[in-house]
Design a protein. Structure first.
Length: 501
């Protein structure tokens, strides 16, 4: 620091961004003034003065199965594959598609692997909805869900694929879906975060999950997801240190806000406002979060619905119960990550364990929301970053097999929030390898994000539809950064109106 010339030092501190920001200093100060009236709704509202159209849903609960669950073993029933056991996948079915390095040079080639599981049919429509024996609880709520067989993506490896479906880009650095919703719509509860993330326990936690998956990217940092922990403080550093009372903390925050206010007057950096908002939110959460995570007021019937696992903090069932409690209290965006679906070998063992983790909790969440009158305006989404191949990876027996990554088609489902209940959308060919037309014939050319094909759902289409159900036109929720307008769906995306009631 140049102590002999403080004026020059101050000039050097003024970045180009700050210089241009000063042009809007009056607006920034006015916004800060609104914020400092700490409980005003204006301070917590989103950038949109109103939704673009009447929303079907007020909130979204996203159940994300990280690793890629097998559509062929859970949802997409292909009984004809039984007769093709251990036959090579025909070249015309693969049609030159890229495969991962894990199976590209496999000595056994690409042997067809039918599922070992029985499926039951639920007559929701002309085709019916088939559900694997691994998901008996979900089968009981089949009439409430909308299953899409024709979701697809371009990414074939985990990190790009998860980043893609969460942020709309395979390259890290973009805002997540929850951050976009927070930015656009704001909060419904001043005392809780806009966007809450939970990591459910699993026995097969192969891949790491990075906080950029629920991060704000280039949006103000107060739109990032708040990670709720199952042990210790639900949020890190939420408790005051020994010897510091709540009133002491209030005095400290007021002093800190005054200092930040002076910084904002000098530099007009919007991140200063975001920082103050985060400090104020943390202070309010010291009261609201402990009450939220205390399940002692839940009834015996509720725990019977979610299962005994719901009594153990950190389980998927407990996370689903907490998701319902968050939704009741006005949290708009809730996401539960469940890792361990990357079954390259031993799929029956791993998927059996995984489905036991998530089946009852997922179904209970739907039932619980429905009986409370909340399902009609709460959108529940389930899926992973891609599906798994019809061909086997590693040793193949009828009782034990593995499957590789498969982005060309996979299954997702939605429930509530304006989605048509009890229907299926799209379909795949007899191998569960390609998206097919209504007669089961593989689409040619293959569907692309560049142009929507009826009966298909690219991940940009999925995100566009989620935003639409919450009242947002995905083309009009944008943020200007580095000289261009960005949005969640990049320059693509089509709302799937066939799924909307």
């Amino acid at each position: 620091m140049n102590h002999e010339n403080p004026i020059r030092e101050h000039e050097l501190m003024v970045t180009r961004r700050q210089l241009f920001g000063r042009a809007a200093l009056g607006l920034g100060t006015a916004a800060l003034g609104q914020l400092m009236a700490s409980e005003s709704q204006a301070a917590r509202s989103g950038v949109l003065p109103a939704t673009h159209h009447a929303p079907k849903a007020k909130r979204v609960i996203y159940l994300f199965m990280s690793g890629g669950p097998s559509h062929l073993d859970l949802w997409d029933y292909k009984p004809g594959l039984t007769k093709k056991f251990n036959q090579q996948l025909p070249d015309e079915v693969r049609n030159g598609q890229r495969v991962t390095g894990m199976t590209a040079n496999q000595k056994s080639g690409l042997p067809i692997c039918p599922t070992k599981y029985r499926f039951t049919k639920h007559d929701n429509n002309d085709r019916g909805l088939w559900v694997s024996e691994l998901l008996p609880h979900m089968a009981s709520v089949a009439k409430d869900i909308c299953v899409t067989y024709s979701t697809f993506t371009e990414a074939i490896n985990h990190d790009p694929a998860i980043t893609y479906i969460q942020t709309g880009s395979q390259i890290p650095g973009r805002p997540s879906l929850g951050a976009w919703l927070s930015y656009g719509l704001g909060s419904m509860n001043e005392n809780l975060p806009h966007y809450v993330v939970m990591h459910a326990r699993t026995n097969h936690a192969e891949q790491s999950l990075f906080n950029r998956l629920w991060g704000p990217g280039f949006l103000p940092s107060d739109h990032q997801g708040m990670l709720m922990r199952s042990q210790g403080d639900p949020v890190l550093y939420l408790s005051n240190p020994p010897g510091v009372s709540s009133s002491d903390r209030r005095v400290q925050l007021d002093a800190l806000a005054a200092l930040n206010n002076e910084q904002h007057k000098r530099f007009a950096d919007p991140e200063i406002v975001a920082r103050i908002r985060q400090h104020e939110m943390a202070y309010r959460m010291q009261t609201s979060v402990p009450e939220l995570m205390d399940l002692s007021d839940e009834t015996k019937e509720t725990f019977e619905l979610y299962g005994e696992d719901a009594r153990t903090p950190g389980t998927f069932a407990a996370s689903c119960l907490n998701a319902r409690r968050l939704a009741e209290r006005g949290v708009r965006n809730i996401q539960i990550f469940h890792r361990g679906w990357d079954a390259h070998g031993g799929l029956p063992r791993e998927h059996g364990s995984q489905c036991k983790d998530i089946d009852q909790g997922s179904a209970a969440l739907i039932r619980d929301l429905k009986q409370r009158g909340m399902l009609e305006d709460t959108l529940v989404v389930w899926g992973g970053e891609f599906g798994r191949t019809v061909y086997c990876q590693g040793n193949l027996t009828r009782e034990n097999y593995g499957r590789d990554h498969h982005p060309r088609c996979f299954t997702t489902w939605m429930a509530g929030g304006g989605v048509k209940p009890g229907i299926t959308y799209g379909q795949t060919d007899e191998y569960g390898y390609n998206i097919a037309d209504s007669d089961g014939v593989p689409l040619n050319p293959q569907p692309s994000k560049e142009k929507w094909t009826p009966g298909t759902m690219h991940i940009h289409d999925l995100n566009a539809t989620i935003l639409h159900l919450l009242g947002i036109d995905h083309k009009r929720l944008t943020y200007r950064y580095q000289g261009r307008d960005f949005r969640l769906t990049d320059v693509h995306g089509h709302v799937i109106h066939d799924l909307i009631s």
